[in-house]
Ligand binder design. Structure first.
Ligand code: ADP
Length: 453
């Protein structure tokens, strides 16, 4: 096992990894930007090293500085968290060629999964159904038109290198296809430095369900069942649940098996997620693999009892998985609400600033994964996640009741947050009955034409 690990990230996920290291008796080195210098979680690390100025390109995205910090601190491994460099195959490769284990998949697997077109081809070859669409990257407008006519409008033009809900363009008729392709290519080039786009049938009102995978270096691959992440805004998840309560047991088992097949075909190692869209008839279609730990991983931890971050570290150290598929059971129901520093009353405008008051919920079935404290200033440079409120109860309705109670206890003063929106969602009859889809939050809570996203 490693003696010392560096966490190449910030905020709640940095603290999450620090906590896992402490429990594994591993020394942990944090890095921070000048904007995070006063962040309270840095005190939990054994050592903290400044890697540059506030903007991410100068710090959390700056590979030479992170590698230099790893060398100075003499660590054996680097945990990338999520976001930043976590799915950058070059970074994974540089870590390993510099003598540090990268706590994530092999760089070859990250590279394959990073191009969604390639991931879909691997899925198709592994007999995993994909959303109907182009076989690969769109070569020209004529090809796109032919294909769109064949699968039928509306279609979605997506960046091959896309992520984070960015680089998607909805197109509802032939007339707007050429301009939608042009805009999508421009956006993809600007956001991902890769103008390649592909085309998919736009599924009407699907649910988003994903499967958690764990794969060790000894050819063992298991899935840890599913999560429902249907509640999204601008393709960004807001509320996540495990298990996905609308799936039949038969579909759940097939989806888990499909995810394992796909991971095997991709040569996948470590933790990862296969994402699917599910239609009203429970047909599921693969959309992409996330080759990292995800923000919503705690709901899976709550229902399976598996600490996914510790497993990531153990796998990277070469240990075999300590369980088999048949040992992984689902117990009860878990829900997570993402608490962001955004104003839901004001088109979710970011609300950085100083936290002047904080009351953290507790009691049975409540978990709070967050780096914030009173007096902490939310820097303007990074994403707006303040914390994740997670609950666990025997049934979905009991979990919702616990979440309502915990949201009422949670108070964050000084900045605007998404807490009021979550309080309303947890009391909404359609949410309670599971009558939601991926466009529901925008249709019901932030009324704007979907095509304008
Ligand atoms: P990203 O990598 O940017 O997160 P994904 O491919 O995972 O992009 O899609 C994110 C979300 O966008 C999905 O959860 C779903 O809500 C929506 N979406 C993606 N593809 C489709 C599709 N073909 N039809 C309908 N909605 C889609």
């Amino acid at each position: 096992m490693f003696q010392r690990i560096l966490v190449a990230n910030r905020g709640e996920i940095a603290l999450r990894v620090i906590r896992a290291c402490k429990e594994l008796d591993i020394e942990v080195v944090a890095v921070f930007s000048e904007a995070d210098r006063a962040a309270p979680y840095l005190e939990q690390a054994d050592r903290a090293i400044c890697i540059g100025r506030g903007p991410s390109v100068d710090s959390y995205l700056n590979r030479p500085r992170i590698i230099a910090a790893a060398e100075v601190a003499d660590v054996q491994a680097i945990h990338p968290g999520y976001g930043f460099l976590s799915e950058n195959p070059d970074f994974a490769e540089v870590c390993r060629s510099s003598g540090f284990e990268f706590i994530g998949p092999p760089h070859e697997a990250i590279r394959k999964m990073g191009l969604k077109t390639e991931a879909k081809q691997i899925a198709a070859a592994a007999q995993v159904a994909c959303v109907p669409g182009s076989d690969g990257v769109i070569a020209n407008d004529a090809q796109a038109l032919g294909l769109a006519r064949q699968i039928g409008f509306p279609v979605l033009i997506k960046a091959a290198a896309g992520g984070g809900g960015k680089g998607m363009r909805l197109c509802s008729d032939e007339r707007s296809l050429a301009s939608a392709l042009r805009t999508a290519r421009g956006e993809a080039e600007a956001a991902f430095k890769n103008p390649s786009v592909y085309l998919e049938k736009f599924l009407e009102r699907p649910r988003h369900v994903e499967v958690q995978i764990l794969a060790d270096t000894r050819d063992q691959i298991v899935h840890c069942w599913d999560r429902d992440c249907t509640l999204q805004r601008r393709h960004q998840k807001l509320v996540e649940e495990a298990p996905a309560s609308t799936l039949t047991e038969e579909v759940r088992a097939r989806m888990g098996a499909a995810a394992v097949r796909l991971a095997r075909a991709a040569g996948y190692v470590n933790a990862g997620t296969c994402e699917f869209l599910v239609d009203a008839d429970q047909n599921f279609y693969f959309i992409e693999v996330n080759a990292r730990i995800q923000v919503e991983h705690p709901v899976t931890e709550m229902v399976t009892g598996i600490d996914l971050v510790k497993q990531q570290i153990r796998i990277a150290a070469g240990e075999p998985l300590p369980f088999r598929q048949e040992d992984i059971a689902i117990r009860g129901h878990s829900i997570q609400c993402r608490i962001n520093s955004e104003d839901p009353e004001n088109d979710f405008r970011p609300s950085p600033g100083r936290i002047t008051g904080l009351r953290i919920p507790g009691g049975p079935g409540v978990r709070w994964d967050s780096h914030i404290q009173v007096g902490y200033s939310v820097p303007p440079f990074y994403d707006s996640l303040l914390g994740k409120l997670i609950v666990h109860a025997p049934t979905r309705l009991e979990a919702i009741a616990t979440m309502r109670r915990a949201l009422d206890e949670l108070v964050i003063e000084g900045i605007r947050t998404t807490i009021p929106l979550h309080r309303k969602i947890m009391r909404n009859p359609d949410f309670l009955a599971g009558r939601v889809d991926t466009t529901w939050v925008e249709r019901v809570w932030t009324p704007r034409p979907v095509a304008a996203r």
